[in-house]
Design a protein around this ligand. Structure first.
Ligand code: NAD
Length: 262
């Protein structure tokens, strides 16, 4: 696949993906790279197989925190200077809250967790969009953000009030950006249900430590009894970035086993 025009000549499409070292983001990076994209990844953890030089001629990793505006400029610089442009920004890096209610923590603990989760899951998306918007307007590209079933449903999905608030807010980011950036840049989202990944809480605990029990709960929670993998979900990002979705902006694809009709 190539994209061209605008006096830039033909080149392979280029994506920036945040949180691409694990889980859903890692599958998105692999899917894009397997389908002709060159990908610059921003993640706080660079996987061991990235190699000492920080990647290959198709996928490059930048170590940084999505809460840091400079980290977004750095990964964008890799996309532009090394790969020659930007056609897709995937905002995906996220953390979970661990599922607590407002009365489960002290005020100081609640404030700390809420600031961390909202900073990563919402401010991180805003900073990525800010950095990518200009280059994407130039290329006629698009953004795709990872939302969650927690952008739509409450209770029963393991989310606490902070994660629900963050993912509802991220839906607002997607819808507002779609309106603001039209017609130059399309902005869409993927909102998975439960997917067993390396997802962590703000204090570093593994959300899916008890993977078998959580998998059973996920299946019981959705009408299709589905338990999707990151690889099942990853192609939806490529679809939303493709000409097949040229008429879509402000939309959310929901690979969650049918929670909308639960
Ligand atoms: P994951 O932990 O496997 O992947 C998240 C990645 O984000 C990791 O590589 C991590 O290092 C990175 N990251 C976290 N905080 C960061 C920071 N401050 N700066 C830079 N990188 C950071 O988890 P995942 O489940 O693949 O999560 C990806 C996205 O999917 C998140 O936005 C999450 O909220 C969302 N999501 C997950 C599920 C699920 O059930 N796993 C369901 C719906 C939505």
């Amino acid at each position: 696949m190539t994209v061209g025009g605008g006096g830039r000549g033909e080149r392979e499409p280029v994506a920036v993906v945040t949180g691409g070292s694990s889980g859903i983001g890692r599958a998105v990076v692999a899917d894009l790279a397997a389908h002709g994209y060159r990908v610059a990844v921003l993640d706080r953890d660079v996987p061991g197989d990235a190699g000492e030089s920080g990647g290959t001629d198709r996928v490059r990793w930048v170590s940084g925190d999505v809460r840091d505006p400079d980290a977004h400029d750095e990964v964008l610089d890799v996309a532009l200077s090394r790969f020659g442009g930007l056609d897709l920004f995937v905002g995906n890096a996220g953390v979970h809250d661990g599922g607590f209610g407002v009365r489960d923590l002290s005020g100081a603990e609640l404030a700390e967790v809420a600031r961390h989760v909202l900073d990563v899951d919402v401010v991180g998306y805003l900073l990525g969009a800010r950095a990518a918007a200009g280059p994407l307007a130039g290329s006629g590209g698009s953004m795709v953000f990872t939302l969650s079933d927690a952008s739509f449903v409450v209770r029963g999905n393991g989310a606490g009030v902070v994660y629900t608030a963050a993912k509802h807010a991220a839906l607002g980011v997607v819808r507002h950006l779609a309106a603001d950036l039209a017609p130059a840049v399309r902005v869409n989202a993927v909102a998975p249900g439960g997917v067993v990944t390396g997802l962590r809480t703000a204090d570093g605990r593994d959300v899916f430590a008890d993977a078998d029990a959580i998998a059973a709960t996920v299946r019981e929670f959705n009408p299709l009894g589905a338990l999707l993998s990151p690889e099942d979900i990853a192609p939806l990002y490529r679809f939303l970035a493709s000409p097949m979705a040229a008429g879509m902006t402000g939309e959310v694809l929901r690979p969650d086993g049918g929670l909308a009709v639960r």
